[in-house]
Design a protein around this ligand. Structure first.
Ligand code: FAD
Ligand code: NAP
Ligand code: SF4
Length: 676
């Protein structure tokens, strides 16, 4: 038992009428299951798995208190409340000590309807419509809707509700001058601006009675020019406490804020010190969040007195058993959230069901089941990149006897390149996870072995799986063998020197990562909160309005001249992640990296890279050309096996290199291994 190692994390929290069994909660995430066919059954399985995994409290995805309030699921009638019972009952059956609270989310100006409402008619930078200003009767209706929704949540078996008062949703539009232009009792002074959120809390408490958990999510930093000043944040917290909340949960940012707050380039627990300051001004427990992805990080936050409870949202997608593993001293078995956003937030913001890059079962608990195999087989997996690792571990977990080969001396494939990019340090955790799984599942790992068809066929495996990945594409350009031309692999591995004037040929994910690597100097912002704050213009300590007002971002200029280029005429980085692409583009631009679209490559010689840009000849006088021009599948082994009459299964990049990423590689491999 490892509760000794995490004494604070595993200490109960007495709320007077009820007790939380530990200090870790699963934060709210809208997954899309809320509106999916059979969604309540699927949510029941999803949340129950997390309850069994040891978390103390679960907050559901947002549910609207009325129609037109977005994001989709609504709770305003008794019939709707009945549907939620299956979820609350499943969680309490999994562990009666786990609490489940429903988040009440009124999207306000972010609701995707022309009928959306807000404090004033001010359109959000990311809103689809200009909201309608609520009149006095409209405000009264909203208050009644919140109270009704909370009472129905109680009837549905929830232990409490969380009201979201941040992020640019309805309640927060009242708090900030930019979105509240009212002159009546709901606008003007801060006392007036906070009147609506505080009244929501008062009415909800009145509706649910004293013995029901009421959490209010406050923006401790709006990350917005002209956001709340620190004294306003404190006044709001105190007023919310007085109105009847049991817990204040701190949030950092509006969705429209131009600052990353949860991407992998954000340091772990970067924001918790702000929660710590607020905690000192309040008498009720406080939750902190953002980039807390491992138990030691959570324990350290609690030990610094920065919070009473720690919220982990995405880490619970990545590993439902995170808390259980910490309790049992199996931290090295935790499948850590690497904060890539690729299968969770990027999906949410493009209308797809949430899942997780490192755990494709997340939100697919009822359909992707790793059941014990009835006919255990001997399986050879060739290639220990993400695809081969996922296949090998799922197959072994199901009882198959797996041998995993790789030509390299370490597992990981291209993840060994990814983890070397500044800001992608978290990728090391995935490799640590797989290394440990290989031991736990007794997979026969054979490194340093380049496998060929003849010897492999002679080994007599029941199944052969080819996960040999890709070959980098070599563009057909005159002078491609010139000494100034290097591959991204040699650059990332430090095998070839990079000069001072660099052209990067190809601006996909790898081109951007290489640009980051060669333009970067000093410590990685992902590992140093001060560097991160400087690069993004955040003042954690003096807390100007919103935490950012008037603070100029300062990024160290690259000491190399770097040009990132592509043939397409589109804006560079269009294919990067929806929620993270802009952060990469912004940082590179701040460092002075040039971005060129519509480039035709003509020739490389001693003078540099000769091109046509917009039809006009242009010479880039560079000393290094780094080729990041995509990839093609590496299928030699598969083809040789086929020629000798031996069947094999292709996965990952070996199956299809176009638009390949680790999300697709792991998902495909896991799904096939679940069926073998
Ligand atoms: P690979 O990772 O290429 O693994 C193939 C393995 O097979 C290798 O280890 C190789 O040594 C082995 N092998 C090949 N032939 C043989 C043989 N004959 N015998 C034995 N072993 C053999 N993806 C994302 O989703 N998100 C990211 O942020 C991201 N960042 C990246 C950053 C960089 C710099 C790079 C290079 C890639 C990044 N990727 C990212 C892409 C991701 O790493 C790949 O999509 C993924 O690794 C593909 O997995 P795979 O298992 O199919 O192939
Ligand atoms: P990619 O995203 O397909 O980009 C390839 C780049 O090469 C494009 O800019 C393309 O643009 C160019 N190109 C293609 N053919 C070319 C040719 N014949 N000559 C010159 N240029 C050519 O692939 P990648 O950058 O190699 O990345 C591989 C995979 O890893 C990607 O699918 C990506 O999703 C994944 N990855 C993801 C991340 C992430 O952060 N999520 C990071 C790194 C990698 P033009 O055709 O316009 O020139
Ligand atoms: Fe974390 Fe990436 Fe999984 Fe999202 S997809 S939960 S960010 S590992």
């Amino acid at each position: 038992m490892s509760t000794d190692r995490y004494p604070l994390m595993f200490s109960p929290l007495d709320l007077g009428f009820t007790t939380l069994k530990n200090r870790v909660l699963m934060g709210s995430m809208h997954t899309g299951l809320e509106e999916a066919p059979n969604g309540f059954v699927r949510q029941a399985a999803y949340f129950a798995e997390r309850a069994r995994g040891g978390v103390g409290m679960i907050i559901t995805g947002g549910v609207s208190p009325s129609s037109g309030a977005g994001p989709g699921a609504k709770l305003s009638t008794g019939a709707e409340a009945d549907q939620h019972r299956i979820v609350t009952e499943a969680v309490h059956a999994a562990d009666p000590d786990v609490k489940i609270c429903m988040q009440i989310l009124h999207s306000g100006p972010l609701a995707r309807t022309p009928d959306c409402v807000a404090a004033s008619s001010v359109r959000s930078r990311i809103g689809a419509y200009t909201p309608n200003e609520l009149d006095e009767a409209g405000i009264e209706q909203q208050l009644a809707d919140f109270a009704n929704c909370a009472a129905l949540a109680r009837a549905a078996g929830y232990d409490g509700v969380e009201i979201i008062g941040s992020a640019g949703y309805l309640l927060s539009t009242f708090l900030v001058e930019k979105t509240n232009r009212r002159q009546d009792q709901w606008g003007g002074s801060f006392e007036n601006r906070m009147r609506f959120p505080v009244e929501v809390v008062r009415r909800v408490r009145e509706a649910v009675g004293p013995d029901f958990i009421l959490i209010f999510r406050i923006a401790a930093m709006d990350m917005l020019e002209g956001g709340m000043a620190w004294d306003e944040v404190v006044s709001l917290g105190q007023a919310i406490e007085a109105a009847g909340a049991n817990i204040i949960s701190t949030h950092f940012c509006w969705h429209e804020a131009p600052v990353p707050t949860i991407a992998t380039m954000v340091p772990r627990a970067a924001f918790t010190r702000v929660t710590g300051r607020l905690r000192k001004a309040l008498g009720i427990p406080v939750i902190t969040s953002n980039r807390i992805n491992m138990p030691d990080v959570a324990e350290a936050v609690l030990a610094r007195g920065e919070a009473d409870l720690v919220s982990m949202a995405r880490p619970m997608l990545a590993d439902p058993e995170l808390v259980l593993k910490a309790r049992e001293g199996r931290e090295d078995e935790i499948n850590t959230c690497i904060a890539c956003n690729q299968a969770c937030l990027d999906h949410t913001f493009t209308g797809r069901l949430t899942s997780c890059l490192v755990n494709p079962r997340a939100c697919y608990e009822t359909e992707l089941v790793y059941a014990p195999s009835l006919q255990p087989k001997t399986i050879a997996v060739v290639g220990a990149g993400p695809a081969g690792l996922a296949y090998a571990t799922v197959a072994a977990q199901r009882g198959h006897k797996v041998t995993l080969f790789d030509a390299a001396n370490e597992i990981g494939g291209q993840f060994n390149l990814a983890r070397r990019i500044p800001g992608k340090e978290e990728f090391n955790e995935t490799l640590r996870y797989y290394r440990r799984q290989i031991q736990v599942l007794k997979i026969d790992l054979r490194l340093g072995q380049r496998i060929e068809a003849g010897p492999l066929a002679a080994m007599g495996f029941d199944e052969v799986v080819i996960a040999t990945g890709i070959s980098p594409r070599t563009p057909q350009v005159e002078g491609i063998n010139h000494p100034s031309v290097v591959s991204y692999i040699d650059v990332i591995m430090g095998r070839r020197p990079v000069g001072q004037r660099v052209a990067i040929m190809g601006a996909g994910g790898i081109g951007f990562d290489v640009a980051e690597l060669v333009s970067h100097s000093g410590p990685s912002g992902a590992l140093d909160a001060e560097v991160f704050a400087r690069e993004w213009g955040i003042d954690f300590d003096n807390h100007p309005r919103g935490g950012v007002t008037g603070v100029i971002p300062r990024v160290a200029a690259s000491d190399r001249s770097v040009t990132l280029m592509q043939r397409k005429a589109d804006a560079l980085g269009k294919g990067l992640g929806r929620t993270t692409g802009w952060t990469h583009r912004t940082l590179l631009q701040r460092r002075g990296v040039q971005m060129m679209a519509g480039v035709d490559y003509l020739k490389i010689d001693d003078a540099g890279l000769h091109t046509l840009v917009g039809g006009e000849p242009r010479l880039f006088e560079v000393d290094t050309v780094i080729v990041c021009a995509g990839q093609t599948p590496l299928r030699t082994l598969h083809d040789e096996l086929l020629a000798s009459g031996q069947a094999s299964t292709l996965i990952g990049g070996a199956f299809e290199a176009s638009e390949l990423d680790a999300k697709r590689a792991i998902d495909q491999a896991s799904r096939l291994a679940a069926l073998v």
